[in-house]
Ligand binder design. Structure first.
Ligand code: ZN
Length: 189
């Protein structure tokens, strides 16, 4: 097993760039998500990138997909989170001094050491950033006790309820209407 999941050699690159495709495997994702409530999804994702050299910098453009499972914010059931987004980063040589405190503006700049570009942390950060704050198992998740109070209402039917809910101020009007209707009937009959 390689020491890193997403790595390539700078020596392999020329100015026109080179395409790479790495699977985002569940086994790697599990390591990333260790200690969180999240789990790897059922399907592997993929990191598909084109890397090219600009001087000593390495420009990485591509897409990242990944699948993970996190507790639904409403019902605590499994919510499948599918990550599918662009990934762009500039890798500069040498260890950046402020590596641990990247501001959002600097977040798309990383560093590499020696001749090997390692994107594990980039991919990890991107995945963690893309996880929604309020993950839901479905858009219309009803919450902890779905339908417990709703079902009897639907089964008893709305008709009786509607009559009960008539605004009392409208009752005289309703009686007037009923009276008129019965008059018409009388005339006809
Ligand atoms: Zn839910």
């Amino acid at each position: 097993m390689p020491p890193h999941e997403f790595e390539f050699s700078v020596a392999d690159l020329d100015a026109s760039g080179k395409d790479f495709r790495f699977p985002v495997r569940g086994s790697w994702l599990r390591g990333v998500l260790e200690g969180t409530e999240m789990k790897a999804g059922a399907h592997d994702g993929a990191l598909e990138i084109r890397a090219s050299k600009s001087g000593t910098d390495v420009i990485v453009h591509g897409t990242l997909t990944a699948e993970l499972v996190t507790p639904c914010a409403r019902c605590l059931g499994d919510a499948v989170v599918k990550i599918d987004g662009p990934l762009s980063i500039l890798m500069v040589p040498g260890k950046a001094a402020d590596d641990d405190e990247l501001s959002p503006e600097q977040a798309d700049v990383g560093s590499y050491e020696g001749e090997t570009v390692v994107l594990d942390d980039v991919v990890k950060d991107e995945i963690l950033l893309e996880i929604p704050m309020i993950p839901l198992c479905s858009e219309d998740c009803p919450g902890m006790s779905p339908g417990l109070n709703q079902k009897p209402d639907h089964e008893s039917g709305g008709q009786g309820k509607e009559e009960e809910e008539i605004d009392p101020r409208l009752l005289p009007l309703l009686k007037l209407k009923q009276a008129e209707q019965s008059k018409k009937k009388e005339r006809k009959g």
